[in-house]
Design a protein around this ligand. Sequence first.
Ligand SMILES: Nc1ncnc2c1ncn2[C@@H]1O[C@H](COP(=O)(O)OP(=O)(O)OP(=O)(O)O)[C@@H](O)[C@H]1O
Ligand SMILES: [Mg+2]
Length: 248
Amino acid sequence: MADRSKGGGIVKKISTGIDGMDKLLYGGIPENEQILLAGGPGAGKTLLSFEILYRNAKNGVPSTLISFEEEPEDIIRNAKSVFDTFNDIDDLISSGKLAIEKAESYERIYQKGDDTSNYSFGHIVSEIEDMLSKNKAKLIVIDSISIVKLLFPDVFSYRRSMMSLTQNLRRLGVTAIFTYELQTSSRQDLKFTREFFMFDGVIILYQAEDDEKRSLVAEVVKTRGTNHSWVLSPYEITPEGFSFMTVN
Ligand SMILES: Nc1ncnc2c1ncn2[C@@H]1O[C@H](COP(=O)(O)OP(=O)(O)OP(=O)(O)O)[C@@H](O)[C@H]1O
Ligand SMILES: [Mg+2]
């Protein structure tokens, strides 16, 4: 879909399958680009990623989540428990349209004596590419980039390697979401780190609070080459999926 609405530009976009989120993104995630989905602990990064992949898989887009930490069966179990109306998760997985994979590279992080400076970034790239080739995924989630970062000995090799990964994904025609763990859940305390500059788009999930309770709020910070909503959108996680409010 070429979205020209509301200054969305002529960038082709992939619908997230979530109405309110597509409105925030003026149509969806720019196709063949990489976006950062950042948030504090429990903001819903993994669940939101799962729902986007689930809805795209349902629409025929082969979609893969690559987890660097959680076990796929735990991710699937949690998603089924939260989204109890999503009754075709198993069918989508067995048909290959939806894949939830664990990256083995993760195990290397904790291997004592493993010299991460010699750790070949090629391993991660080829592992990711192998996983994508299984179902010819066009939409992927890397959960999380914060864990991938631990594989690199210094900022320079991390950034250089990430650039090479994102170039490879672009070459493969893959649209990617990288989740990223924020040290703060509050918008006021947020400090931009280099990850905010490395990706084509940035979405942040905050936890706002008053004296009574905490609430969840989403914001699109940037999408290169296309506009997006500038509202702060409260959201809820419901059995029917994520529900974004106050979207203009
Ligand atoms: N049944 C439910 N209904 C609504 N919200 C739920 C339900 N179950 C869990 N949640 C919310 O979802 C959050 C977990 O979501 P998720 O695992 O996606 O977070 P995350 O941002 O990936 O966290 P982490 O940084 O720890 O990986 C919980 O902290 C809780 O607030
Ligand atoms: Mg998570």
